[in-house]
Design a protein around this ligand. Structure first.
Ligand code: FAD
Length: 391
């Protein structure tokens, strides 16, 4: 009987898995499925970012932590990615008077890594591409798919349409997932979407005499209670500073001089480091970007389709776990594939059952951590100082 099952599972290996979205989670997921021997096709709306001159997307860099690393390790690329990351051992709190205080993330030797989003995505695509059973299709926008037949319709940049049928559709097409649209039409599918009243804006802090302008092995935070700025280091010795603030406050600042006045009041230590001219210019380069939190359940339809990454659970970025949780989705799914002998009809419901509560928990923690980062770190430090002063 066991031998029979083994041989059945081997003959089913040639099933086609369509991964919609070649972002961070989609490209990693393609590696997991390819490693299992499935035929894998990735469909990505954008052109191949490895060849593109300008890569549009969200944050320039992000924090990679243990969960994400575990998933990278599983497909053999942890070291490659980690070697191009910058360890951040602690948060570095910048108080208004310019003093800096570290708050470690964990015990000695523990750290999270600042990694370049575009580079990570490129490396994951290259890794997926290296499997002979994987095909990457760029400039393919998923328009719709059929829950009955699994037939997907993609639109090409010239307006032409391509139809492809897959045995399993894996929706990794991000917070505004087109794959998810079919879920919304179904009974007993729960869905909620919340925009927070804050937006974010990225500013660059250049190197000083070829060196980092601040200590590089920290995630710098300027907590100002109702808003905050953070800065993560990049390999080119710049820092990417991200200002998180209510949209109405962003909109109150309308001239270069007002930008400087605002920075003088709240982030005076950063003005010489970012530069007056750069601040005046870059603040108006792009409008502040919105942040959305999406929760839904279940994550699957029958044995046909499953959502992972932001398509299943877009979270606000304050816990630094959106991508990490998405990477963990891949490893959890893979473990279930092992447990249920790659039987989609058993794996998909079990995946929803196990994963929904965990991903919803991350979403809640991320919401909460915004208050922690912009306000509570202030008071925690205050309490700690008091404790030290009393010793
Ligand atoms: P995405 O990265 O959004 O990728 C989706 C892909 O699908 C894209 O390539 C897109 O082009 C493609 N696509 C979309 N629609 C279609 C379609 N119809 N057809 C075909 N393709 C399509 N996470 C962390 O873990 N750590 C951090 O420090 C961190 N910082 C962040 C900072 C900011 C400011 C923001 C906004 C997010 C941050 N995140 C962080 C979250 C992280 O960016 C996301 O969780 C992660 O990008 C999710 O990956 P994904 O592949 O699921 O979705």
């Amino acid at each position: 009987q066991a031998a029979m099952e083994e041989s059945t599972s081997r003959t089913t290996k040639k099933k086609l898995v369509a991964v919609v979205g070649g972002g961070l989670v989609g490209s990693l997921n393609a590696c997991f499925f390819a490693k299992r021997g499935f035929d894998v096709e990735v469909f990505e709306i954008r052109e191949d970012i490895r060849k593109a001159k300008v890569v549009r997307g969200r944050s320039i860099n992000l924090a990679l932590s243990h969960r994400g690393r575990q998933a990278l390790k599983h497909v053999g690329i942890e070291e490659k990615i980690v070697s191009q990351g910058i360890p951040m051992q602690a948060r570095m709190i910048h108080s208004l008077n310019g003093k800096q205080y570290p708050i470690p993330y964990g015990r000695k030797g523990q750290y999270i890594l600042s990694v370049d989003r575009a580079n990570l995505n490129k490396q994951l695509l290259t890794e997926a591409d290296s499997y002979p059973n994987t095909k990457l299709n760029f400039d393919h926008k998923l328009q719709d798919w059929s829950t009955e037949t699994g037939l997907m319709t993609f639109v090409r940049p010239d307006g032409s349409k391509v139809q492809i049928k897959a045995d399993l559709i894996v929706g990794c097409d991000g917070a505004f997932s087109a794959t998810r649209k079919q879920f919304l039409r179904r009974s007993r599918f729960n869905y909620s979407q919340t925009y927070i009243p804050h937006g974010y804006m990225e500013l660059t802090m250049p190197p000083v005499n070829g060196e980092f302008a601040m200590k590089p092995n920290y995630l710098h935070i300027w907590p100002r209670n109702t808003f905050m700025m953070i800065a993560l280091p990049n390999l080119d010795r710049t820092f990417t500073c991200t200002l998180f603030m209510p949209f109405e406050d962003f909109e109150k600042i309308t001239t270069g001089d007002e930008v400087i006045k605002f920075f003088q009041k709240y982030f005076p230590d950063t003005i010489p480091l970012i530069g007056v001219d750069a601040l005046k210019r870059d603040y108006f380069r792009l409008p502040a970007q919105a942040m959305v939190s999406v929760k839904c359940s279940p994550y699957h339809i029958d044995d046909k389709c499953v959502l992972m990454g932001d398509a299943a659970h877009a979270v606000v970025p304050f816990y630094g776990q959106g991508m990490n949780a998405g990477f963990e989705d891949c490893i959890v799914f893979d473990e279930m594939m092992e447990q249920f002998n790659e039987d989609f009809s058993a794996v998909l419901p079990e995946y929803s059952r196990v994963r929904v509560p965990d991903d919803h928990a991350i979403a809640d923690l991320a919401m909460y951590n915004y208050i922690e980062m912009r306000a509570h770190v202030n008071s925690k430090w205050f309490l700690f100082r008091k404790h030290v002063d009393n010793l």
